[in-house]
Write a protein that binds this ligand. Structure first.
Ligand SMILES: Nc1nc2c(ncn2[C@@H]2O[C@H](COP(=O)(O)OP(=O)(O)OP(=O)(O)O)[C@@H](O)[C@H]2O)c(=O)[nH]1
Ligand SMILES: [Mg+2]
Length: 242
């Protein structure tokens, strides 16, 4: 029998794509060093056992979700609560409320989450919800720079004026990170807001990290709330509040 000719194996050459890969306009990364710094300070403070000597304490943190309309507050809340987020935009009317229990350094923490309406026509009633809050996630949309511009003046200052305690911890949330190719905010704008905020909270003894999230995809959502819990905790330790 004639020997069967071995089929020649052609080397597989990957064709170069003619499509130009779009470059991400800016890199938005969570400053992990800053988050680690938080843990270091927290552990140090906890080991001093000055305030939180009770290892089984139970805390209630009322927190608000703030920010302009359609930045993704409700989607963040729904994700965090394990609910399926709506892909359609259904504006919040007034406020929505949710409760979640977490464990933080052996302590039980009950988050009372107030998800507030971002639309202008509700602005006058917002202070009602600020009363008694311990902290907030101040959310902006990375594709709409105006939502970052308004974060301090329109949201954080009124929160501080009307919560009954004064300056309380705020964690900045840059949402819609899945749309990084459509990001319109500028690094400089971000730095300026961060600087102004940290300048305002100098007396806290620590600065606030920014967490970038995709509420739609569920990216970093737990981290955002966990960072807020740690920030409030840290603030309580420093200032013996609550
Ligand atoms: N691509 C993308 N879309 C998102 C994300 N988060 C929310 N959205 C969409 O943005 C729109 C607005 O989201 P909401 O969560 O309702 O916004 P909101 O901040 O609660 O708005 P108000 O209640 O009016 O203040 C919806 O269509 C969401 O599906 C995200 O991370 N990525
Ligand atoms: Mg909403």
């Amino acid at each position: 029998m004639p020997k069967q000719k071995k089929e020649e194996q052609k080397p597989q050459v990957k064709k170069k794509s003619t499509k130009k890969r779009k470059k991400a306009p800016l890199k938005l990364e969570i400053d992990k060093k800053k988050l680690e710094e938080y843990d270091t300070i927290l552990f140090k403070k906890l080991s001093e056992k000055t305030v939180f000597s009770d290892s089984q304490a139970d805390y209630r943190f009322k927190v608000c979700l703030l920010g302009d309309a359609a930045v993704g507050k409700t989607t963040l809340r729904r994700r965090y609560m394990g609910e399926t987020p709506e892909s359609n935009y259904l504006p919040t009317i007034g406020a929505d409320f949710a409760v979640k229990r977490i464990t933080l350094f052996n302590n039980k923490v009950t988050f009372q989450i107030w998800d507030l309406a971002g639309q202008e026509n509700y602005s006058s009633i917002m202070p009602i919800y600020y009363q008694g809050a311990f902290g907030a996630l101040a959310v902006f949309d990375i594709t709409r720079p105006e939502t970052l511009d308004s974060i301090i003046e329109r949201w954080i200052y009124p929160l501080w004026e009307k919560n009954g305690t004064g300056k309380i911890p705020v964690v900045l949330i840059g949402n819609k990170i899945d749309l990084i190719y459509e990001a319109k905010i500028k690094k400089r704008q971000l730095k300026e807001v961060e600087k102004s905020l940290n300048n305002e909270i100098k007396e806290f003894g620590f600065s606030t990290p920014i967490v970038f999230t995709s509420a739609l995809k569920g990216e970093n959502v737990n981290l955002a709330f966990e960072t807020l819990a740690k920030t409030i905790y840290l603030w309580k330790i420093y200032h013996k509040k609550g």
